[in-house]
Each structure stands twice: as structure tokens, then as C-alpha cells.
Design a protein around this ligand. Structure first.
Ligand code: MGP
Length: 212
């Protein structure tokens, strides 16, 4: 009968000690894809070489797991020597002003005090990386090209590079949300400068096109 208790053999099968077939759920083996593939670059200041020669690609990744594997494998910015940089850029964009996708762009620049190397540099950089790979700026994330951290004796710098310095709306969205993500005090102002102005500057400061 259809409603009868399971037959003895079936219940014996159910309580059988033989191991459950090893069928893993996709969550256990499929890595979590990122919206973009990213490339991490390292710059080491060797005075005998040109700026471009000092720039080296470390690795590319396009999953959350591969990002953390790389992040956990490399030195934090605060442990790098003076003159070194890390750059994280979307695959296909070189971390230089000359790249077609950077040349009309600019950067939100955060200049840190010497004390902040100890207190803030590494966590600001990690948060910057997470903003990028997590596409945290809504539609404005499409304007993001990458981010750079410069370790310098005079004070470290972290910047988010975007592709077109005329895209005011996207740039302002990125600047405001970035400031919030880093929990920067309202009174701390960060500026956006075009690469054109930065690369042709004569003095030590570049004028801000935007600020938040
Ligand atoms: P930097 O490393 O961005 O800043 O630029 P740093 O060392 O703090 O120097 P400062 O001038 O901002 O005080 C240092 C130098 O590296 C620049 O003056 C350029 O000569 C060279 N450089 C930096 N970038 C980002 C580029 C680039 O994209 N392309 C080329 N060709 N040179 C660059």
C-alpha cells in the first residue's frame, strides 16, 4: 500500500553507515567572480632605470578568493621601502598617465601625514582595494580605472584614478562615497586633479578641479 511504513530494508538502507556520496554544493567549489578582472602592479624606485622600467605587473585576479590570496601574500604598504608603489588597475589599463583610458582622466588624491603611515595607511589602502573590486560607487564605478599607493618619505599618498576629468557627476559620486567609506572627517578635504595638470606641473602643488 502506498501509505505503508517503509519496508525494513529501506529503513536499514537509510540508517546505513556507508558514507554519503561526496556531492559538494557549488558554493564549496565555485569561486566568487568579481565584476572586473584586476591587475596588481608594483613600482620599485631604481634610479638606474626609467620610470616605466620600474613598473612590474605582479598578478591578475577576477575572483574574491584570488584577491584575498594575493592580498595576504604580499607586504602591506607600510612595510614597503620609500619610493615604492602598488597600483591596482582594471585589466587592460596600464597604471600610467599615457594609457588611452587614463590620459583624459585624473585622480582623487589623499595625502597622508608621516604619522598616518603607522595608523591609517594599510587600512585606507585595503578599504580602497575593496571599494574598487566591490564596484562600490554605483554606476560611477565604470569611471574608475584603478588606484595607487605611493610610499614616500615626505608623506604617503593614496589615489583613485578615473577615466575622464570632465565627468563631474561620476567624479563627485566617487569622491563623496570614498570619503564616507574611509570615514574621513568632514573637515578633511580631498582634491581631484587632472593627470594633465599633474604631469605638466612646475611647482610642488597641482590645482584641484574638484574637492569633497
Ligand atoms: P609620483 O611617483 O607620482 O609622485 O611621480 P612622487 O614621487 O611623490 O613625486 P611628486 O612629483 O608627486 O612630488 C614622480 C615622478 O614619476 C613624476 O614626476 C614622473 O617623472 C614619474 N611618473 C609618475 N607617474 C604616475 C607617471 C606616469 O604615469 N607616466 C610617466 N611617464 N611618468 C610618471
Amino acid at each position: 500500500m502506498a501509505t505503508s511504513e517503509p519496508r525494513g530494508t529501506e529503513s536499514e538502507e537509510a540508517s546505513n553507515d556507508s558514507p554519503t556520496p561526496a556531492v559538494a554544493s557549488p558554493e564549496q567549489y565555485i569561486k566568487h567572480p568579481l565584476q572586473n578582472r584586476w591587475a596588481l602592479w608594483y613600482f620599485k624606485n631604481d634610479k638606474s632605470k626609467s620610470w616605466t622600467e620600474n613598473l612590474r605587473l605582479i598578478s591578475k585576479f577576477d575572483t574574491v578568493e584570488d584577491f584575498w590570496a594575493l592580498y595576504n601574500h604580499i607586504q602591506q604598504p607600510s612595510k614597503l621601502g620609500f619610493g615604492c608603489d602598488y597600483c591596482l588597475f582594471k585589466d587592460g589599463i596600464k597604471p600610467m598617465w599615457e594609457d588611452d583610458r587614463n590620459k583624459l582622466g585624473g585622480r582623487w588624491l589623499m595625502t597622508l601625514s608621516k604619522q598616518q603611515r603607522h595608523n591609517d595607511l594599510d587600512r585606507y589602502w585595503m578599504e580602497t582595494l575593496l571599494c574598487l573590486i566591490g564596484e562600490s560607487f554605483d554606476e560611477a564605478s565604470d569611471d574608475v580605472c584603478g588606484a595607487v599607493v605611493n610610499v614616500r618619505p615626505k608623506g604617503d599618498k593614496i589615489a583613485i584614478w578615473t577615466g575622464n576629468c570632465q565627468n563631474r557627476e561620476a567624479i563627485m559620486t566617487i569622491g563623496q562615497q570614498y570619503k564616507e567609506r574611509l570615514s574621513l572627517p568632514i573637515k578633511m578635504v580631498i582634491g581631484y586633479q587632472s593627470h594633465d595638470d599633474t604631469s605638466s606641473k612646475s611647482g610642488s602643488t597641482t590645482k584641484n578641479m574638484y574637492s569633497v
